[in-house]
Design a protein around this ligand. Structure first.
Ligand SMILES: C[S@@+](CC[C@H](N)C(=O)[O-])C[C@H]1O[C@@H](n2cnc3c(N)ncnc32)[C@H](O)[C@@H]1O
Length: 207
């Protein structure tokens, strides 16, 4: 998408397409280009083994005035009402995706949703969005922190507007987190002193 919009861009993902514009490798092992104008991390940081290491690497590849754009998923906000809302909007089982798998595993587990979610995220070693925002704030100057609709691309006949309306009405939680930052002037150790105590991501936004 970035390439077709005229940007010189390189995608890094072990599951990337076999294409000259991608590197099929973990970001931690990728040979980095120096002084890039922007890094986009789209729903990948919660999967990496050590997000602090990845963010440090991002900081070394960005140019001085460069921008980091992060799209994240606050799974810790994925409560039962939100899960029910999603599961009622799933498409046919023949087109099963990750939300179908969550529904089927949850039903098979016989556990309350919160227990299933905790066990699944522990098994997958997913990082919570509040942890990621804290690590980001330690290394980058925050320019934007926002919430948005997340599930709609994986739901049948559901638009971003539908999901946002349900969030606005208090029926479901917002789980997408958008973060934009630039490099801090100070180094990381000095920056640590500037960061407040960790807060759940839900508390970072007004409900
Ligand atoms: C939820 S998918 C998001 C895919 C894509 N970035 C998008 O926004 O549609 C998470 C992706 O993170 C990738 N990923 C996990 N660990 C990674 C790492 N260490 N370096 C690069 N990508 C990683 C996975 O291979 C997977 O493709």
């Amino acid at each position: 998408m970035l390439q077709s919009s005229g940007y010189e861009a390189l995608g890094v993902d072990p599951k990337a397409p076999d294409d000259e514009h991608y590197r099929r490798v973990a970001f931690e092992q990728a040979e980095l280009v120096q002084d890039v104008d922007a890094v986009v991390a789209s729903t990948s940081l919660h999967h990496v083994a050590d997000p602090a290491e990845v963010l440090d690497r991002i900081a070394t590849t960005l140019a001085g005035g460069g921008t980091l754009v992060v799209v994240e998923w606050a799974w810790e906000e994925f409560d039962e009402a939100t899960a029910d809302w999603c599961f009622q909007r799933l498409g046919p089982d023949e087109e099963a995706g990750w939300l179908h798998r969550r529904r089927d595993e949850w039903v098979a587990s016989g556990q309350p949703w919160s227990v299933y979610l905790r066990d699944w995220t522990q098994r997958e070693r997913l990082h919570a969005a509040d942890t990621l925002v804290r690590l980001l704030d330690e290394r980058f100057e925050r320019k934007h922190l926002g919430q948005a609709a997340y599930f709609f691309p994986d739901l049948a006949q559901t638009s971003a507007e539908d999901e946002l309306a349900a969030i606005e009405a208090g029926e479901i939680r917002a789980t997408r987190v958008d973060y934009v930052g630039g490099l801090r002037q100070r180094n990381r150790l000095e920056g640590d002193d500037l960061v407040g105590p960790e807060r759940p991501v839900g508390e970072l936004f007004e409900r």
